[in-house]
Design a protein around this ligand. Structure first.
Ligand SMILES: O=C(O)CCC(=O)C(=O)O
Ligand SMILES: [Fe+2]
Length: 361
């Protein structure tokens, strides 16, 4: 097995914005993944613990109470009924999914909460969550604030206006398709097949950035390194400080990678049953809970070229090795989709969602 990966730990409150922007950009270019130091975020440990508490309460409901909240085609309605049944086929993901077999069983349960409107939940949810609407709204607004801080630092690193990305992700400007996903990965059971079973299959995320909250002692995420090896991502970085809660793991999604002509990496990742913790031969196979927040631009945002010299330099370098590469200023190749109109963020997301979910009745 590959050694755990050492990801950079980024401080969101640094007064040296140029240095913080450069550190953020280097991590996004080098790994596509990074930690945000939880001592420097807008979240308190109470905000995080409370949301995990809601997730535990929800996933402990009897199955019959959860089935009505299965996901609809708009990616908003929840999906907890997909108990061990979510299937990802070889053709399911457009290019990036890696599966050993045509069908892989992903052992997780997820509840997607779509964008709120006026702090109100827009989908049916069980009473135990509906009654916590204000807490959910608070958590989502802290996630949005964190994404805003990250996008500003990335813009600083790319040497464009600080609000280049942030203003295009402002939920006040229109619907974004942002979503909060509560995830539960049950511990291995006796029928667990170490060579076949996986908790979440290999994939890249679709949007701009994803925030991932994890629990102490519940690892499982792995990323595919440039030499095509799976490297575990520890819940805590090796220089373990006194964090109030595990650092927020951030990864770049396909859209931001496309938008920056591939400079920022949308890295393939998966969730496994870590052998040391999850083998059923061990006395206590463990559950894993995580919370993901998927951040996207306002749907109508045209993925216009990013006027960044850093991206231009990256493209020129690519062109040196491939004379047919198109040189531009961000925007994904020439910034135009195949039918020659500028792709919007909403179109980009819909094309990925449509290709991913297979209805399994
Ligand atoms: O739960 C995790 O650790 C990762 C989840 C994930 O990658 C996803 O939902 O896209
Ligand atoms: Fe993911």
């Amino acid at each position: 097995m590959t050694d755990p990966i050492e990801l950079p730990l980024i401080d969101l409150t640094s007064s040296d914005l140029d240095a913080a922007g450069k550190a953020m950009l280097d991590a996004a270019v080098g790994f596509g993944f990074l930690y945000i130091d939880s001592r420097t975020t807008v979240f308190s440990s109470t905000d995080v613990d409370r949301t995990f508490g809601m997730a535990e309460q929800f996933f402990k409901l009897p199955l019959s109470d959860k089935v009505p909240y299965r996901r609809g085609s708009d990616n908003r309605i929840s999906d907890p009924g997909a108990l061990n049944r979510e299937e990802i086929s070889k053709s399911g993901f457009i290019t990036k999914v890696i599966v050993q077999e045509s069908v892989l069983i992903c052992r997780h349960r997820a509840l997607n909460i779509g964008e709120l409107q006026d702090e109100k939940i827009q989908q049916p949810l069980p009473e135990s969550l509906m009654s916590r609407e204000a807490d959910i709204a608070t958590f989502i607004s802290l996630c949005n604030k964190t994404c805003d801080q990250i996008l500003r630092l990335l813009a600083r690193g790319l040497e464009v206006a600080d609000d280049f990305f942030a203003s295009r992700h402002d939920p006040a400007k229109g619907s974004t398709g942002n979503s909060l996903r509560l995830l539960y990965y049950p511990a291995a059971v006796s029928s667990y097949r170490p060579d076949k079973d996986i908790r979440a299959g290999a994939h890249s995320d679709y949007g701009s950035i994803t925030l991932l909250f994890q629990r102490p002692g519940q690892p499982g995420l792995e990323i595919l390194t440039t030499d095509q090896k799976w490297a575990p991502v520890p819940v805590y970085p090796s220089d373990k400080a006194d964090f109030p809660f595990p650092p927020i793991l951030v990864n770049i999604g396909d859209m931001l990678s496309y938008w920056t002509d591939g400079l920022l990496k949308s890295t393939i990742h998966r969730v496994v049953f870590p052998h040391d913790k999850q083998s059923i031969a061990k006395p206590t196979p463990q559950d894993r809970y995580s919370i993901a927040f998927f951040c996207q631009p306002v749907g109508s945002t045209e993925l216009v070229p990013v006027p960044s010299k850093v991206i231009a330099a990256h493209r020129h370098k690519k062109q040196d090795t491939d004379p047919n590469a198109i040189v531009g200023y961000g925007g994904g190749a020439s910034g135009l989709s195949i039918d020659q109109h500028r792709l919007t963020a909403g179109e980009h997301l819909q094309s990925r969602l449509a290709a991913t979910y297979i209805t399994t009745k």
